[in-house]
Ligand binder design. Sequence first.
Ligand code: SF4
Length: 359
Amino acid sequence: MNTLIEKLARLAAGKGRLRLMEVCGTHTVAIFRSGIRQVLPANVELVSGPGCPVCVTCDDYIDKAIAYARRDFIIATFGDMLKVPGSRSSLAEAQAAGADVRIVYSPLDALQIAEDNPRRSIIFLAVGFETTAPTQAATVLAARARGIKNLFMLSAQKLVPPALRFLLGDATAKVDGFLLPGHVAVVTGADAFNFLATEFNMPCAVGGFATEEILIALTSILEQIDNGRAEVANDYRTVVTAEGNVAAQKILSQVYTVTDAEWRGMGTIPASGLKMRDEFAAFDIEQVEPLPPCPLSLVPSPLKKACRCGEVLRGLVKPIDCPLFGKACQPLHAVGACMVSVEGVCAAWFKYGGQHFEW
Ligand code: SF4
């Protein structure tokens, strides 16, 4: 470990300020937990990116989920989503008011709820990246195979590579290298990120999540910067291949097609989301029972207006730059999604005391 830390110091010496973005929320938490930030050379800054699926899900989606919950559907969701504030309220508040909102650990749990409750309609909140989307697609295929007609998806799955392309097209986002998300790359393959090097000349490394794996990937990025090179180093070869999980990709493309998607803080990013193919429309709640436009989405509360999640997710500001951080916004009474999710940047800063250090 010490050898890697010394190597990082050698590679960074004599260079100006270097901003490296850890794209994935799991990396953000692992980096805080391991204390890596404290041992980085003074001129190397780590900024967090848009890699927390709950955080990048827009208020509009939460508002829709709440609206369906109030219509007597059973809402099945990962626990992280429960407290995410929509424009004016959260699923937790809807649940407290009597809505049937259930925490599940897999979309297959939602399938089981549908089988156990044939007279009720169940909506699974299908939020996530390439990592979780294949299981959601497999659940749809299983529901169809078993003739289950009371399970629906409210889809907001997103694709990571187009979001990074968007970030690099934003002149205000100054990034010198990417620590790429290992879990996403397991499915997409490392090659899915090659455009970062070939089109944008951006040094990158796919990294694992153990302390040593993260340090190795950061060293790879600094080596590229030192040599004036740009490539996608695969430093997570135990699970990531160049082409990724082809079986998972096949299931995904069987059920979903690529579409434009709305990201918190980034607006609509072309070809960055998934939508169900027409043959699976019967499982898409927005096609089966569309909602009228939700006026609440247009009127965020004054506190929500002050939330800087959008800039945090683009690496433009740190959580402590938000005037609400640690005051009006804390994990138990969060104003923005980044303070709710266990992978949220603001939550990680709060939990690990990031505000007490000079980064
Ligand atoms: S501290 Fe809270 S309000 Fe501020 S950016 Fe983070 S989540 Fe939003």
